[in-house]
Design a binder for this molecule. Structure first.
Ligand code: A3P
Length: 305
């Protein structure tokens, strides 16, 4: 397979997509062995686009009848969101080639970074629900840079933001090209509106309440009038906010997997932070290629707060 440099090894070009070496084995097993249930919920994301946030939100919305969102024993207070909603290719099928997932309570909730076209055939043919989130590519790239340099400080010596921008333009980034990832889910979401929910990080930042309502409706667990009145939506959004998750010992210590600290998933959580790091030439290059590639699709990104 054609390869490209990546902070944590190499990216392999697999059926037109750049897959990190660390996901390859898990991806192949996931595609081969996964058996979907129509009740499954799959969170699909482009990395560094709000995965952790959505994991927390989906878990909390789905489990609100078991765990009150203001309860002192809520699982989010003692468990990192990545443990509550595990990645399929990066965790479940990486640790075990053919795990038994049949005994998990329904609805099962999983996460993946795989592009739509690389999901197992059974998912494409099923009625399971897919929640997708993406983010403006410039904030995504800066978030990725900090994630990588946080985990591998030496990466700063061998790479640069400029280099990431150049690679991005060529479509080379984890699970990229970015535009293919976004467009595949976007087009499918237009086709299957009740099965694929397409979200953007910036929309959640702008109005978390309406986005949480939309998410609960999509998941088939809409908020009742009584819940709305007692402030349940506000409580969930507060529980899942970066400010709250960042305060928790569980997220500030410990490792998500060997060498990856939980705290690497929580940085600033802002829209437009890219402006502090990208030169105007770099930003223009990125905007130009993204505009070109997404032209006519109807997808736009908010770049500043
Ligand atoms: P920044 O690096 O820009 O701060 P992912 O979860 O897909 O890996 O994305 C990580 C990005 O989401 C990071 O962005 C991180 O700070 C931000 N993030 C994590 N939890 C969040 C939350 N609860 N609310 C908003 N942003 C969050």
């Amino acid at each position: 397979l054609p390869c490209a440099k990546f902070w944590n090894g190499v990216l392999h070009k697999y059926e037109g997509h750049w897959i990190p070496s660390m996901s390859l084995k898990g991806m192949i097993s996931f595609r081969k062995h996964f058996k979907v249930h129509d009740s499954d919920i799959i969170l699909s994301t482009f990395p560094k686009s709000g995965t952790t946030w959505l994991k927390a939100l989906i878990f909390t919305i789905l489990n609100r009848s078991h765990y009150a969102s203001n309860s002192a024993t809520h699982p989010l207070l003692t468990c990192n969101p990545h443990h509550l909603v595990p990645f399929l290719e990066l965790k479940i099928y990486d640790e075990n080639e053919n795990p038994n997932l049949e005994n998990l309570p329904n609805p099962r909730v999983f996460a993946t970074h795989l592009p739509f076209s690389l999901l197992p055939r059974c998912i494409l043919d099923s009625n399971c629900r897919i929640v997708y989130i993406c983010r403006n590519p410039m904030d995504q790239l800066i978030s990725r840079w900090f994630f990588a340099t946080n985990i591998r400080p030496e990466y700063k010596e061998t790479s640069s933001i400029h280099e990431l921008v150049e690679m991005f333009q060529e479509g080379i980034c984890p699970y990229g090209p970015f535009w293919d990832h976004v467009l595949e889910y976007w087009n499918k979401s237009l086709e299957k509106k009740d099965r694929i929910l397409f979200l953007k990080y910036e929309d959640l930042k702008e109005d978390i309440i309406s986005q949480t309502i939309k998410l609960a409706d999509f998941l088939g667990l809409p908020f009742s009038e009584e819940e709305k009145k007692r402030g349940e939506i506000e409580e969930i959004s507060r529980l899942c906010s970066i400010e709250n998750l960042k305060k928790l010992e569980v997220n500030m210590s410990g490792e998500y997997k060997p060498g990856v600290q939980n705290k690497a998933f929580f940085r600033k959580g802002e829209v437009g932070d890219w402006a502090n790091y990208l030169s105007s030439a770099m930003a223009e290059k990125m905007k130009k290629v993204v505009e070109e590639k997404l032209q006519g699709s109807g997808i736009t990104f908010k770049m500043t707060s």
